[in-house]
Design a protein around this ligand. Structure first.
Ligand SMILES: [Zn+2]
Length: 186
C-alpha cells in the first residue's frame, strides 16, 4: 500500500472514532444516558392502572387563553399520584391556576415533571428530598382552576436549559411520553 493510501485509510478509521467519542462525551457530561437528554424517559405511571384509552392529547388546546402544554387525566378525588421518575422534589408550590403543585426534577436535572390540581401532598413530602419512581407524592383533587366536579391531574414535562430553572423549560407533550410508556407495558 502506498504511503498516501495508508494515510487515507488511517483517516477513514480514526476520524469517525474521534467524532463519535466527542459526541458521546458531550452527551454524557452530566452522566445521563444520551437518550434521556433528548427525550424524557419515565419509569412509572403517575396513576396506577392508567390505560392508554383514558388519555386525550390536549397539549395544543387553548385553555384559559393560552396553549395548555400539558395533559389532564380525570380520576376520582383522592387518587394517589406517583413519581414518574427517580429524582428530587424541586419545588412545592401553590398557584392560582395549578393549585397545589409539585415540580420534580429527574436525577440528572434534564427534565422537570409538574403535577397540579392536587388535593394534598403525601405526608412528609419536602422540597429537596429524593424520591423514587412509583413513590406516592400526593393525591388528586380540584385545587387551582380545575372545575369543582372534575377532579384531575394536570401533568406537564419540561426539558430544562443549561441554567436548570425549574419554572422555565421547553414544554414536551406528556401525552406522547405517557402513551409510549403505557403501550410498552401492555
Ligand atoms: Zn390542565
Amino acid at each position: 500500500m502506498s504511503e498516501r493510501a495508508s494515510r487515507g485509510l488511517i483517516a477513514l478509521i480514526v476520524i469517525p472514532l474521534v467524532l463519535n467519542s466527542a459526541t458521546f462525551s458531550r452527551a454524557t457530561d452530566m452522566g445521563a444516558p444520551r437518550a434521556a437528554l433528548l427525550h424524557p424517559v419515565i419509569s412509572a405511571s403517575p396513576i396506577n392502572g392508567l390505560k392508554p384509552s383514558e388519555l386525550h392529547d390536549s397539549f395544543n388546546e387553548i385553555h384559559c387563553g393560552h396553549r395548555h402544554q400539558a395533559i389532564d387525566i380525570m380520576k376520582p378525588w383522592g387518587t394517589p399520584i406517583h413519581a414518574v421518575v427517580d429524582g428530587t422534589i424541586r419545588k412545592l408550590f401553590h398557584s392560582r391556576a395549578g393549585g397545589i403543585t409539585i415540580y420534580e426534577c429527574d436525577t440528572y436535572v434534564t427534565h422537570c415533571y409538574y403535577y397540579a390540581h392536587l388535593d394534598h401532598y403525601a405526608s412528609g413530602l419536602t422540597e429537596g428530598m429524593s424520591v423514587k419512581h412509583g413513590q406516592i407524592l400526593g393525591y388528586l383533587g380540584i385545587s387551582g382552576n380545575a372545575a369543582p366536579n372534575a377532579p384531575q391531574l394536570h401533568f406537564a414535562i419540561a426539558r430544562l436549559g443549561p441554567d436548570k430553572r425549574w419554572w422555565k423549560g421547553t414544554s414536551i407533550d406528556p401525552y406522547l411520553v405517557l402513551i409510549g410508556f403505557l403501550e410498552q407495558r401492555v
